[in-house]
Design a binder for this molecule. Structure first.
Ligand code: HEM
Length: 145
């Protein structure tokens, strides 16, 4: 598939995924104090249900397009410490794998009803920190060369 198409899939999926994480951490957490607990629970359940329907497709597109694009950089990635691009792209991919591990963990805990709200908040914060660094690396890898 054309590299430009992969890049488009990747960037739109990244906007959807990163945007959702930003919304949950910066907006939802910010209104928690001003909304009654029951109402907040209902909102979170509805958003969670919506996210569970949309996110798997966003994640599939994000990672599949990412792997497709990374193929072009395979020689750089084979020697990640020989260039800034290789180091930063390698680090970005490692962080992306860690995000995937968070997602799989949260989904499996949620499916068995073992995901506590405090734990869910910690996962959101951790994924938030990951995606901030990932987006920084995605741009820095071309400019810090
Ligand atoms: C949480 C997961 C990920 C996020 C949020 C993310 C985000 C981004 C962003 C924002 C860009 C910059 C696109 C642009 O401005 O042109 C980018 C580029 C890139 N990403 Fe990802 N990415 C993720 C996962 C991955 C994975 C798993 C891979 C590969 C295995 C990957 C490989 C790449 C490559 C090769 C580029 C450079 C594209 C170019 O040639 O410009 N990404 N990513």
């Amino acid at each position: 598939m054309d590299y430009f198409l992969l890049l488009l899939f990747h960037i739109f999926a990244a906007i959807l995924f990163v945007g959702t994480v930003f919304f949950e951490v910066l907006m939802l957490e910010g209104i928690r104090k001003h909304v009654p607990r029951d109402a907040m629970r209902t909102i979170e359940a509805a958003i969670g249900q919506r996210a569970r329907r949309i996110m798997p497709f966003a994640i599939l597109a994000l990672y599949a397009a990412g792997i497709g694009m990374a193929w072009r950089y395979r020689t750089v990635l084979a020697q990640p410490f020989d260039s800034t691009l290789g180091t930063l792209l390698g680090l970005k991919i490692l962080l992306a794998l860690s995000v995937l591990a968070h997602f799989v963990y949260a989904v499996s805990m949620g499916a068995t009803g073992r995901l506590r709200s405090r734990q869910s908040r910690m996962i959101h914060l951790s994924v938030f920190a990951h995606v901030v660094v990932i987006v920084f690396l995605a741009k820095a890898m071309f400019y810090l060369n």
